[in-house]
Every structure is written in C-alpha cells, then in structure tokens.
Design a protein around this ligand. Structure first.
Ligand SMILES: Cc1ncc(COP(=O)(O)O)c(C=O)c1O
Length: 385
C-alpha cells in the first residue's frame, strides 16, 4: 500500500500511540474527579493544553478541546453568532471553504443570519478588495480558511486579519490543514479563533481544539453549544477524552520540534512528484502558481476521468478531493470556484504526502500513472473502433 491521501488523514505516530496507551490502561481516572487519581490526570491535561498552545503560540487558557475540527468550527461559528446576534447578523466566508464551514453557514442562513460567500481567483485566493467591499455595519464575523484541503492553497491570513481588525470584525480561521504542517502563529497571523485537528498531523482521530483569543478589549465571546457539566471553562461540556488529548499534545510537540524538517521533506517529495508527472503531455497542476501547503498536489489529467485513474492505481491511495464529500458524485466545489470547468474538475486528483512517504513511493506512483493512463487510452481507442 502506498498512502498518498494524507490530507484526508495521516497514520498515527508510534510515539503518539505509545503515550496514549497508559491513559486507557493505568491512568484511567476522570480529570474532573477531586481525588488524587483524578487530580493526577488533571495535571496531565494541563500539561497537554500547554503543548497544544505552544505549537500555535497561544496561551493554555485559549485552548478548548473538542472532538476535532468539525466540532471546533460548529462551536466557533454558532457560538459566536448566537452570542453576538444583537450586534449584527452578517457573516462573510469563502466559496472554497470545507463542508464543515459551509454547512454551518447554511444552517445559520436558515436562522436569520445573512452570509456572503466570496469568490476566489484562478489561484484559489480571495481578493482583498472584495473582502473590504463585502463588509457592512452588520458584519460580525468572517470565516476564512488557512489552507485548502483539496488544493493546499494558503490564504493571506495576516493581511486578512489586519483588514478585519480595522473593521472590528472577528476572524475565525479553519486551520485543520495548516496546523502541524506549516508554521501557524496566532500572534503573528492575528486570527481571533482557529480550529485544529490531531489526525491531520499524525495524531489520533476524534480529537482537536478551538483556539479563542482571551486578550484585548475586543476578544471574541461565544456561547456554549454543548451543555452539561461545564467542562472546558463552560464552553464544551463532556468528560474529557484523556488519551486523545494526550495523543494530540504529543503530535503537537513532535510537529513543533520537526516542523522545518518535515516541511522541507514533504515539499521535496511533492516537487519531485510534480516535476516527473509534468513531463506527461496531458498533465497540469491546479493552482501551480499559488502559495500552497508543501505536501499537496492537485493534478489535472486532461481528457481522463479521475475515478478511472484512481481505480487503476489499485493499491496507491489518492482521492478526488475532500474525504468528507467523496461519497458525492459531484465535481469539486473548490475547483469549480477557481474557474475550472466540470470536465476539468472531474479529471483532477489530489495527491497529499507526509513525512512517512518516500522517493521510491513517488517513483512507483509515477510509473503506475503512466501505465494506467496508457491502458485507459488504449481501451478508449479500441472501444471507439
Ligand atoms: C479544512 C478542513 N476543515 C475541517 C475538517 C474536519 O476535521 P475533523 O475531521 O477533525 O472534523 C477537515 C478534515 O477533512 C479539513 O480538511
């Protein structure tokens, strides 16, 4: 098996799993219990919160543990909208956001909020003048992703946060694909809220966090969405997933120590892959000119059906786009928003690399692509005779 679908999820790191196991087998206490066993585990949760905060240059009390990025997005957007609806009902987002953001926006749209879905250019980038022009006196929030899951395109978050700060509008940034892969620094980048997810950078599935800025006069205020025992400073009730939080923290610690090394390594692999397949006359790389995640390549196989290639690639795991929407037989909303035709979108495949991939795997993949596309062409020629 060659796994090149690392934007869907990554393999858990051996050290991450090793660190988690004692919290199932030995330290199974509830961190909310007041006896020494519970307090010991609570101390461990505090240490984990520090590690997660460190990776993004936040403070520990700015981290709320959630079940992943989807929950963090729901809490940030619904929680903020509910709490601030008397200030205004207008929210700005991008047409190319992940489904988790788009579906929450559509839910809010059915509940008295007005949503502006900004378009993007051919490189997937938001036009900053469009953003300025979309602002209204009723605008309370903008949800603009850090890096796109299908194309890897990175939005100019610092410029965006400056514009929104000047307008007094809160910025939420879905950073599920950025955190752990590239440097994300909440102080420098300037977002007010951010979502992250452990399984995107060799942590376990089902755990993530919401960062919410606690400093400054205009710090965001949100309402809880999930009620119960008042865990997570009252924002997210429910017994903590101690082993998952441990896995997230260790994944953050490892990512923090080796960010530069991993970024360079995956970029080298990705660039090597792109250089090789670009030699084929039917290939073009979507958003080649944009600043992209170092591990992501979205490739158009002109004249081919992406699903036929994926079937032919057999034990090489790649995908046509987001894992969350891959059951839908629809062209990618991200690629369509960038101006690709339906046919071009249907012929595009995402290859996403990780530190666990090798150059030899890239070589095998490129050879397999040559064979599969040749076979598909032959079959087509024969069936049309
Ligand atoms: C950009 C983006 N946002 C949100 C999510 C949802 O993350 P999770 O699986 O942690 O709910 C994903 C995962 O596919 C993603 O790529």
């Amino acid at each position: 098996l060659i796994y090149l679908d690392n934007n869907a999820t990554t393999a858990i790191g051996a050290k991450v799993l090793e660190a988690m196991l004692p919290f199932y087998l030995k330290w199974y206490g509830n961190p909310a219990s007041n006896h020494p066993f519970g307090l010991e585990v609570k101390q461990h949760i505090d240490d984990s919160r520090n590690k997660v905060a460190d990776l993004i240059n936040a403070k520990p009390n700015e981290i709320i543990f959630t079940s992943g990025a989807t929950e963090a997005i729901n809490l940030a957007l619904k929680g903020f909208a509910l709490r601030n609806k008397q200030k205004g009902n207008h929210i700005i987002t991008l047409q190319t956001e992940h489904k988790a953001v788009l579906d929450v926006c559509s839910y809010l749209e059915n509940n008295v909020f007005e949503i502006t879905y900004l378009s993007v250019d051919k490189n997937g980038l938001v036009n900053l003048d469009d953003l300025k022009n979309a602002l209204k006196p009723t605008t309370i929030l903008a949800a603009i992703m850090y890096a796109n899951n299908e194309t890897g395109i990175i939005q100019p978050i610092t410029e965006i946060s400056t514009i929104l700060k000047d307008a007094g509008v809160t910025l939420f940034t879905d950073s599920a694909q950025a955190v752990g892969k590239i440097k994300v620094d909440v102080q420098q980048d300037g977002m007010d809220m951010l979502s992250l997810s452990a399984h995107k950078f060799h942590g376990p599935k089902g755990i993530g966090a919401l960062y919410i800025r606690r400093k400054g006069s205009n710090k965001p205020r949100i309402e809880a969405i999930q009620h119960g025992g008042g865990h997570e400073m009252g924002y997210r009730s429910g017994t903590l997933n101690v082993a998952g939080i441990t896995g997230l923290a260790i994944a953050c610690e490892i990512a923090s120590k080796s960010l530069y090394k991993n970024t360079s390594y995956t970029k080298e692999l990705r660039d090597y892959f792109e250089a090789q397949i670009s030699a084929l006359d039917f290939i073009s790389i979507n958003a080649n000119d944009a600043t992209r995640l170092p591990n992501t390549s979205n490739v158009q196989f002109k004249g081919f059906d992406a699903d036929a290639i994926i079937m032919g690639l057999d034990n090489i795991m790649v995908s046509t786009g987001s894992a969350c929407t891959s059951n839908e037989i629809k062209p990618s909303h991200v690629l369509l928003a960038m101006g690709l035709s339906e046919a071009e979108a249907y012929s595009s495949i995402r290859f996403s690399f990780s530190k666990m991939n090798t150059t030899a795997e890239v070589d095998v993949t490129v050879e397999a692509i040559k064979v599969v596309t040749q076979n598909l062409r032959q079959n087509y020629t024969m069936s049309s005779v």
